[in-house]
Design a protein around this ligand. Structure first.
Ligand SMILES: [Zn+2]
Ligand SMILES: [Zn+2]
Length: 216
């Protein structure tokens, strides 16, 4: 599976950096996980990645914070087939911005598309979902802000098997022992303890930003 980081607080040359997160998983179907904060940034960075927004099959929104949902109007105006997958806790604005795309609420952990699972709503300061990919190398977990805690989100999909990678926003996560033994750690976006994670797991730490392409 291919994972492209589309929006992040930091960006490679040719991409716009902006506080927010979005990434595209290309597998049997294409899943956009979060949309960044602004339609214009999502549009610019998708074009820079040579991604046609019309080819996205599912748009999974991790949680109802604008730095993850704000780019949605670009998708609803440039895609006619994607299903927008939210949590029951999401407010009215996101549902309005998704129109005319169909919106589905996810209420439990489950498979969204072949090999791509959601944790379902995980409780925390704000309910949030992460996605987990079944890859040849093991389970790859992608988080939005991880407000409930990276360990709590990982636990929600622990039945899928050994975790190969965790990437995305880690927020203030500091229970570093939960990351022990994971071969690939790529905290980005809102992560507050990036330096500590890089120092403690030098073999696993990978720097990612908008424009990064990963193959699992
Ligand atoms: Zn965020
Ligand atoms: Zn957030």
């Amino acid at each position: 599976m291919k994972v492209r980081i589309i929006c992040d607080n930091r960006a490679m040359e040719g991409y716009q950096a902006d506080w927010g997160f979005a990434c595209l998983v290309e597998a049997e179907e294409n899943v956009l996980f979060d949309t960044g904060a602004k339609p214009s940034v999502l549009q610019h960075n998708m074009a820079a990645s040579n991604v046609d927004p019309g080819t996205v099959d599912y748009i999974v929104l991790s949680h109802d914070h604008e730095d993850h949902t704000g780019g949605l109007p670009y998708m609803s105006s440039s895609n006619t087939k994607a299903e927008v997958i939210v949590l029951p806790s999401f407010g009215r604005l996101v549902r309005q911005q998704a129109a005319p795309l169909a919106v589905r609420e996810i209420t439990a952990a489950g498979e969204i598309s072949p090999g791509i699972h959601s944790t379902g709503p995980v409780q925390g300061p704000m309910p949030e979902q992460a996605i987990a990919l079944n890859t040849d190398q093991g389970v790859v977990i992608i988080t939005g802000c991880a407000h409930p805690g990276v360990d709590v989100l990982m636990e929600a999909v622990s039945d899928l098997g050994a975790v190969h990678a965790v990437l995305g926003g880690f927020h203030g996560f500091s229970n570093f022992s939960a990351l022990e033994g994971i071969p690939f750690l790529a905290p980005c976006h809102c992560t507050q303890h990036t330096q500590e994670i890089a120092d403690r797991f030098p073999e696993s730490y990978v720097e990612i930003m908008a424009g990064t392409e990963l193959e699992f």
